[in-house]
Ligand binder design. Sequence first.
Ligand code: GLC
Length: 481
Amino acid sequence: MKAPGWFSRLSRRGVASNAVEREAWRRLDASIVRYRGEPVGTIASGDGDAPAQNYDHVFTRDFFVSAVAFLLRGEHEIVRNFLRVALDLQSADHHMDCFRPGQGMMPASFRVAGTGAEERLEPDFGEHAIARVTPIDSGFWWLYLLHAYTRASGDESLAKSDAMQRGIRLILELCLPPRHEMLPTLLVPDGAFMIDRRLGVYGHPLDIQVLFHLALRAADGLLDVPVDDPLRRAVAERESHLAHHLRHYYWLDMATLNRIYRYQVEELGADAANPFNIRPDTIPEWLFEWMPRDGGYFAGNLGPARLDVRLFSQGNLLAVLSGLADREQAQAILNLFESRREDLLGETPVKLVFPALEGRDWQLLTGGDPKNAPWSYHNGGNWPFLLWLFTAAAIRAGRREFAAEVLDAVEERLAAEQWAEYYDGRGGRLVGKEARLDQTWSVAGYLAARRMLANPDAIDFLGFGAPSTATSCDAGSRAPA
Ligand code: GLC
């Protein structure tokens, strides 16, 4: 008997989907880097046809995505080894030498050099990177990974070891002390995170602030000291102020846009309604039309007389996953992704930044960078590695079906186009001009998303609430208003 049309469609998709998944696991396994015989990470790209540059390194931020996939497959060893190796490479001496990485910094990437008895690890803190950009995100990804590993494996002994506790403290001591500002956010230079080229992201970029918040939450649970220990108290206090600051001042929806539209300027004093002196006419007109009534998102950056309204997907989706976005905000972000799907997901999800910088903005803010031409690479390109995060955030906000539909629609093309690093164009239709193929985090992002869709409760290890309420949102802590 012939199967009904819908059944054969379904089963065909199932077979193809399984083949894509098997092939993706094969590629992820092939990307594993060994040190003294042990798996310690994954290379950024296995594309043998493109110049290696530093794509043969293990990048901390890229490995996080591989680690999520491995943990979802029940593999803990490679993640444990990576956490140890990165800790060994952490800059641990106290010094005042501005040419060496500061105490507590974690490398952007490392590689295994030499062979046999000569084998050694060579970290890069940005000294060898294009434009010598410094990674501020590495220590935060490391802390978040230690949290995720501990929850996924149940192994508390690693985090409790003296060496790990010292590593956690060093990261905190690097970012908690007051510097030249009196705000809970971190002041960072351009190119200090996933966007590691100039793109006008200096100041207080959302992606770093959300990661900082995540790292503080992770540290709060990992520090093996009583709750009234001064460091733990400082962590909890900063986390709460930071969360309040982001939820309050970065949040954009129709109500806040309307408030900004009617702002007074040049106000003095602590009671100013417009504390950052944002001029209403700096908000681009398209945003008033584009923002759905039931949508919202966290702005990309905030500083004196500066509200960068570009939407950075990584920061927004991480905020949903971590609970930094409260319940309503999490729903509004997912509503926005649904109703502005063509702009934010396009044909190859997910848009990294929307919209692109164009014309004079592009010239001034990127330094006329051809790699970051409008709607390319970081500047409005689409990055499949973000599928893990989009899927996790959607599940957390109770939108599993939406995420499943998005992944089903793209997986075969991702495989056919050989796991490209990024896509170009408004709709993400073209394989990026300089995109590497066989990009490990594109493979791992897909695999993690597939596993999460198969078992939505499995995302618990990425969260902070009591285990297993995968479809609800934990609002996290709130500072007093
Ligand atoms: C590019 C990306 C960076 C990534 C690296 C390795 O430099 O901008 O975020 O870590 O490639 O994939």
